[in-house]
Design a protein around this ligand. Structure first.
Ligand code: TYC
Length: 102
């Protein structure tokens, strides 16, 4: 009787292609009206940054026009974008947050 597949007695090494889920960059966009302190607060509240990190990233967005503020699975990224957009809208600031596949 033949040995079942994978038990032929011949040493083999298989490297199955492991499928990792795609990741999404969440980005904050600059504008002329949203107060700097509000953006810092967003970064602390929704992206778990400390004040110094949040201030630095806010300044990067302010100077460069946009910055990646985090990289997440699709569902988490979608939630972050929705939370930021909702919070900004409720405070009547034009802040924009988007996501893009890495
Ligand atoms: N440019 C804004 C200002 O001068 C500050 C700002 C920073 C706005 C980052 C949006 O994503 C942003 N008040």
């Amino acid at each position: 009787k033949d040995a079942p597949e994978g038990e032929s007695g011949v040493a083999t090494k298989t490297r199955p292609k492991t499928q990792r889920p795609p990741l999404y960059k969440v980005m904050l966009l600059n504008d002329d009206y949203t107060p700097m302190e509000f953006v810092v607060h967003i970064l602390e509240r929704f992206f778990g940054m400390n004040h110094a990190q949040a201030f630095e990233i806010m300044l990067t967005v302010h100077k460069k026009g946009l910055a990646v503020v985090g990289v997440y699975s699709f569902e988490v990224a979608e939630t972050k974008v929705a939370q930021v957009m909702d919070f900004a809208r409720r405070h009547q600031h034009p802040l924009q947050c988007t996501m893009e596949r890495e």
